[in-house]
Design a protein around this ligand. Structure first.
Ligand SMILES: [Mg+2]
Ligand SMILES: [Zn+2]
Length: 186
């Protein structure tokens, strides 16, 4: 089974420093849903792993988060894309949970749910902690420059082997091309 793990805010949809607190504020980045559709067409299942500390902060509740994800799934479907599951961490940093990235708890839950090893599984994010969480469990990190990506890139300290891409569409293009080359060379 081929799997890709995506961060949500700043990768699939536009991010906001004030959090995405309602379905209305959830706006896809142009080309991102089509990029997920391309992954699906190439046999990838796509899963989202997202920190949502806005819940712990009381900025929105779980029902609103569900409504946001309904919008995500509906918009994906309209673009011919399918997102298998959305894993999220509702905690704040000082809750010391195991799921908030850069901790790998959500990734481990994904591995368990899909009964796969995450070794070499592409993980795509716009923040350092997305890539760190993936790197710990053996994922291949890809940084996008959308969302907080430019800030992340400027700060540096990316996990070894991180590749950098303009946006999700470009990251998927790179992924499909490099995997194709790998298959042809095998
Ligand atoms: Mg993000
Ligand atoms: Zn958590």
């Amino acid at each position: 089974m081929k799997l890709v793990i995506l961060d949500r805010d700043g990768v699939i949809n536009h991010d906001s420093d004030e959090f995405i607190k309602s379905p209305e504020e959830w706006i896809p980045i142009p080309g991102s849903l089509e990029a997920i559709a391309r992954l699906n067409q190439s046999g990838y299942r796509v899963v989202v792993a997202s920190n949502q500390s806005g819940i712990a902060r009381g900025l929105f509740d779980i029902f609103t988060l569900n409504a946001i994800h309904q919008k995500l799934h509906r918009a994906a479907k309209q673009a011919g894309a399918d997102i298998d599951a959305v894993f999220f961490c509702p905690h704040a940093a000082d809750d010391n949970c195991d799921c908030r990235k850069p901790k790998p708890g959500m990734f481990q839950a994904i591995a368990k749910r899909f009964e796969v090893s995450l070794k070499g599984v592409p993980c795509i994010g716009d923040s350092l902690r997305d890539l760190q969480a993936g790197f710990i469990v053996g994922c291949t990190p890809l940084l996008v420059r959308t969302g907080k990506g430019e800030r992340t890139l400027a700060k540096g300290g990316l996990p070894p082997g991180t590749s950098v891409h303009v946006d999700l569409a470009a990251a998927v293009e790179f992924l499909l091309k490099s995997r194709k080359v790998a298959v042809e060379a095998a």
